[in-house]
Design a binder for this molecule. Structure first.
Ligand code: FPP
Length: 241
């Protein structure tokens, strides 16, 4: 079924987050090394960013590397870094042309210096873009994000920039890595896992969850439309009736 034709373009989620999962299993099913799955997964990143842009989605957040992913074998980590470098080098001009702003969630300074330089350049060159924000979660953990926010708040209070009474659930968001962006409307997790895996813990308070058995390297545009179509048929009440 073609889900694009079923979409309600007046009700496109503003912020979508994706836990790109299943690359390893995709490769294993084909008797290929896991890294082939990551390579194919990177092609889906290119497709889905383009699709999100065409749908006028305001923020797209992709979970590319968690604080726990350092536990993986060194050669797999190194291949993921190569793919990230490839993505930035290969896509940056198109991203700039399309007025997309890149934002990194997480402490990417722990990555190799060549990657840090590429990221810094991409951040700087897309800084004033405002059609869509592409958040790439790198060395990201949702709990760490909340702890970091808390530390920044304590510091601002200590520096007399704000008072305790200024802190509420809205102003807290100004201290998150997604400052200025809306909360997550839709969380997509492919590959048949039903976990949140420390992703956007604060921002997903009222988001709709979409789980799919499709592995990330097979998650094409139509699967993305299907997830949005499913979202559009939910009844979001935000705690009301
Ligand atoms: C999870 O699959 C996927 C990752 C840990 C990496 C995601 C990274 C990319 C798709 C490529 C680089 C990113 C960008 C933004 C260009 P898994 O390896 O955990 O799969 P499995 O659960 O089947 O083992």
């Amino acid at each position: 079924m073609n889900y694009y034709d079923k979409l309600d373009f007046e009700n496109i989620p503003s912020h979508i987050g994706i836990i790109m999962d299943g690359n390893g299993r995709w490769a294993k099913k084909r008797n290929l090394p896991r890294t082939f799955g990551h390579k194919e997964g990177t092609k889906r990143v290119i497709d889905i960013v383009e699709t999100a842009y065409k749908l006028n989605i305001k923020s797209l957040t992709l979970y590319a590397f968690s604080t726990e992913n350092w536990k993986r074998p060194e050669d797999e980590i190194s291949k993921l870094m190569d793919l990230l470098a490839y993505y930035i080098k290969n896509q940056l001009e198109k991203i700039i042309k399309n007025n997309i702003k890149i934002n990194v969630l997480g402490d990417y300074t722990k990555f190799p210096s060549s990657i840090v330089k590429l990221i810094d350049n991409a951040l700087q060159r897309t800084e004033s873009n405002d059609k869509m924000i592409l958040n790439i979660a790198l060395n990201y953990g949702g709990q760490t994000e909340i702890v970091d926010a808390t530390k920044k708040i304590v510091k601002d209070i200590g520096d007399n920039k704000i008072s305790i009474d200024d802190i509420n659930t809205e102003t807290f968001k100004d201290y998150l890595y997604t400052k200025g962006q809306s909360d997550l409307d839709l969380l997509i997790r492919p590959s048949g896992e039903f976990r949140v895996s420390n992703f956007l813990l604060y921002q997903l308070a009222y988001s709709e969850f979409y789980f799919s058995d499709i592995l990330w390297p097979d998650f094409n545009e139509n699967e993305f439309y299907k997830a949005i179509y499913d979202y559009q048929n939910r009844n979001r009440r935000f705690g009301g009736l």
